[in-house]
Write a protein that binds this ligand. Structure first.
Ligand SMILES: C[S@@+](CC[C@H](N)C(=O)[O-])C[C@H]1O[C@@H](n2cnc3c(N)ncnc32)[C@H](O)[C@@H]1O
Length: 290
């Protein structure tokens, strides 16, 4: 693939010559990322392209950003465009991130929903933008730990992310020490993880509750028809512009049960408050559909 890629660039008019990355190259990449993932990248952070695209360059036998842009301009490869957009996503996450929303779920929101669903005995959760899966598995551990009766219910936690690599890592349920040490009580490590080969793998009884798939939250349609009871859309809307946030939240509104709850990141709020009522509880805010 490397030779083919380079032949294409060379055919474009002398790729051997090392040129400087121009502002037009960066603008091209920013536009590409916007089209693929709707993530808005500021020009002041163009240095991130160099920092993040190393693996993409190596995989295509390219030695710098200029060559990458030349190749992309020459033949629009959907696969390469996606790889660039995925590499530019921020995948920061941790178990029980921010603490308070999980405490709120445990103490108030889940008891209420469990009461409301006692006839159907079914609960559906969505960790939208699930990254490497810690958010979904935190929910699963919380359910196993505090609501053992739900073992007899139909409980599902859907995790979705734009990045195929993140989805694969979430599916594997395997974590390194540094990830395990962030946010997980020691007791949970012992109870819910198997330790082998230098890594920790989520136990089958927790994994069984979670499914992960690649989904672009800003694509034409979201792949769900059945509504959710709890949606966690945390720390992803900050990468979108106002119009994208508004469109996404309208879709999320349709996918949330009338008495369901939406949890956002601690620095996020709905772009369109006509659809949502905010409720302050336990030092955090959650949203219910109007
Ligand atoms: C900062 S992480 C947040 C993870 C988790 N929700 C949390 O709060 O810890 C943001 C995630 O959003 C994903 N993402 C970015 N743009 C997306 C899009 N258009 N569709 C789906 N996921 C997207 C990224 O791949 C990344 O894994």
């Amino acid at each position: 693939m490397a030779t083919e890629a380079m032949a294409g660039v060379a055919g474009c008019g002398g790729a051997a010559k090392r040129t400087e990355t121009t502002s037009a190259d960066y603008a091209y990449l920013r536009q590409l990322v916007m089209e693929q993932s709707y993530n808005v990248l500021e020009a002041s952070r163009d240095y991130l392209f160099e920092a993040r695209l190393g693996q993409v360059l190596r995989a295509h036998g390219l030695s710098n950003i200029e060559e990458l842009v030349q190749l992309l301009r020459l033949r629009r490869s959907a696969q390469l465009e996606r790889a660039v957009a995925e590499a530019m996503t921020i995948n920061e996450t941790s178990f029980f991130r921010d603490g308070k929303p999980f405490e709120l779920l445990r103490s108030e929101l889940l008891p209420k929903l469990i009461k409301a669903r006692k006839q159907t005995r079914k609960l559906r959760f969505w960790s939208a933008a699930s990254s490497t899966g810690q958010e979904a598995y935190s929910l699963a551990m919380l359910i196993r730990e505090h609501f053992p009766a739900l073992g007899a219910w139909d409980v599902s936690i859907e995790g979705t992310d734009l990045s195929t690599e993140m989805v694969e890592r979430a599916q594997s349920g395997r974590y390194q020490r540094i990830e395990i040490n962030r946010g997980l009580p020691a007791r949970h490590i012992v109870t819910y993880f198997d330790h082998a080969g230098g890594g920790w793998t989520v136990k089958p009884e927790v994994r069984r509750l979670c499914r992960f798939q690649q989904v672009n939250l800003c694509g034409e349609t979201l792949p769900f028809t059945e509504q959710f009871d709890v949606i966690l859309l945390r720390n992803v809307m900050l990468y979108f512009n106002q119009e994208t946030r508004k469109r996404l939240l309208a879709q999320v509104h349709r996918l949330l049960a009338e008495d369901g709850v939406l949890l956002l990141g601690s620095s996020e709020q709905p772009a369109d408050l006509s659809l949502w009522k905010s409720v302050l509880a336990r030092g955090t805010t959650y949203y219910i559909p109007k």
